[in-house]
Structures are given as C-alpha cells and as structure tokens.
Design a protein around this ligand. Structure first.
Ligand code: FES
Length: 87
C-alpha cells in the first residue's frame, strides 16, 4: 500500500494493495476519467509532482516512464510511500 496526495487540496489518501488509484480516489469523490482501465489508451494520464511511479501501463515509452512526471492511475502504482498528483 502507498499514499496519494492531491496537490490542490493537500488531502492524503491510502491506496490499498487490492485497489487501483482511480478506484480508491473515486471512493473519496475524486473522479479521474478512464476508458480502458488497462494502461493502453492513455485517457487517465495524470501528472505526478513528487514520488516515484511504478509504471504498469503499455502506453508510455521507456523515456516517458523514466521522466517520472506522469502516470496512468488506472493500473500504475507507486514505488515510493507517497505520490503527489497534480489534481
Ligand atoms: Fe486507459 Fe488508464 S484508462 S490507460
């Protein structure tokens, strides 16, 4: 499990191991637009301001993944304890 911080509100939420970032945030009323929910389409792309992404999508190139400034919250997770999202 890790935590996600919403930059605009400062709120921090737990992301349980068995839930995606999209679904965990949805339970707190934060809606991220999705389509494939499998890391293929790029609809859910969200900017990452802090923390290390655990990219699990098939959308970004290796270079984009290495840049660590955006991720696909429908399937990707965090390697660091906290991810700060530009939401
Ligand atoms: Fe398609 Fe996340 S919803 S990549």
């Amino acid at each position: 499990a890790f935590q996600v911080k919403i930059a605009s509100s400062g709120a921090v939420y737990d992301i349980p191991a068995d839930q995606t970032v999209v679904h965990a945030l949805q339970e707190h009323g934060i809606e991220i637009l999705t389509s494939c929910e499998q890391g293929v389409c790029g609809t859910c792309i969200t900017r990452v301001l802090q923390g290390e992404c655990d990219h699990r999508d098939l959308y970004f190139t290796d270079e984009e993944k290495a840049a660590n400034d955006q991720f696909t919250p429908c399937c990707s997770r965090a390697k660091s304890p906290l991810l700060v999202l530009d939401l």
